[in-house]
Design a protein around this ligand. Structure first.
Ligand SMILES: C[S@@+](CC[C@H](N)C(=O)[O-])C[C@H]1O[C@@H](n2cnc3c(N)ncnc32)[C@H](O)[C@@H]1O
Length: 270
């Protein structure tokens, strides 16, 4: 059992989500969070399916909603058909890390941040709070695709799907991943602040897959089939013993428990 889990409960501090992520940003990419690792593994299959499912004429505008440190924005940078990438997040701390990470790629391959370039995707990084903004930034609207990974845990479902419906064109596709409800029933996002030893937790909601699919439907989204099995639209993933080495020691206590799910949703054309 890790030191983190031995901490007495009074050392858990709940902070407003933006404040929690501003503080988490410093160690978000290095603190051994196995769910990010699992997400990375699963996106190797889901992300190509997402790209194949976009039927809009090329080139595409794609939004990373709740981009965090740019972990998955990086995937978009490697897609030749993506001409515009809009990375949105409510935490300035997370966006700062994303900016510096993506800037390194910028320097290496000539991507232009917040200014157009003919040879490389145009990348915009903007502060955007799903909960408080009345609509998405203009630059993010009429998008052909949205990716939103490990974000919806922090957002009531109507607010999330309202904003995604404002971002996507009719026929556009959302790639959504999140902590599975089985894991969410006993845990939530959080990190240990190395300065204080406190476990910091933002606001989280345990959304069931059924609730997410139902709410998506209300906002005009249909689940895409992604598996070989007829009607299989959501992939659910438990941690297996054989994965612990790759996912890291923090995944060990989750063996046998569903921890991740992902799927694709298409905005109805009418
Ligand atoms: C677990 S991180 C995921 C980051 C990134 N998508 C990834 O997969 O690594 C959750 C992200 O959601 C962002 N977030 C939380 N609430 C938000 C809101 N109301 N509006 C926009 N972003 C939000 C956080 O700031 C954080 O960067």
């Amino acid at each position: 059992m890790s030191a983190t889990r031995n901490l007495p409960s009074q050392l858990v501090r709940y902070l407003p989500t933006n404040e929690a992520y501003d503080r988490w940003a410093v160690v978000y990419d290095t603190d051994g969070n196995f769910l990010q690792e699992l997400d990375t593994i699963e996106l190797k299959e889901l992300f190509p399916k997402f790209l194949l499912s976009i039927t809009a004429p090329r080139p595409w505008r794609v939004v990373d909603l709740g981009c965090g440190t740019g972990r998955n924005t990086m995937l978009l940078l490697g897609v030749p058909d993506v001409a515009e990438i809009i990375a949105l997040d409510s935490s300035r701390g997370m966006l700062d890390v994303a900016r510096s990470r993506l800037q390194k790629v910028d320097d290496a391959v000539g991507i232009s941040i917040n200014s157009p370039s003919r040879t490389a995707p145009e990348l915009h990084l903007e502060v955007f709070d799903i909960l408080t903004a009345s609509s998405p930034p203009i630059v993010a609207q009429q998008a052909d695709g949205v990716i939103s990974t490990l974000v919806i845990e922090h957002i009531p479902l109507p607010a999330f799907f309202y904003q995604v419906s404002q971002i996507l064109k009719p026929g556009g596709v959302l790639l959504l991943t999140n902590m599975h409800e089985q894991m969410g029933a006993i845990s939530q996002a959080g990190f240990v602040d190395a300065n204080t030893g406190e476990k910091i937790r933002p606001t989280s909601y345990t959304h069931t897959i059924a609730d997410i699919v139902a709410e998506a439907n209300k906002y005009g989204f249909d689940l895409e089939k992604i598996g070989e099995v007829e009607g299989k639209g959501i992939r659910e993933r438990a941690v297996e013993d054989s994965m612990v080495e790759e996912l890291g020691p923090r995944s060990k206590k989750w063996v046998g428990i569903m921890c991740w799910f992902g799927g694709l949703f298409r905005k109805r054309r009418t």
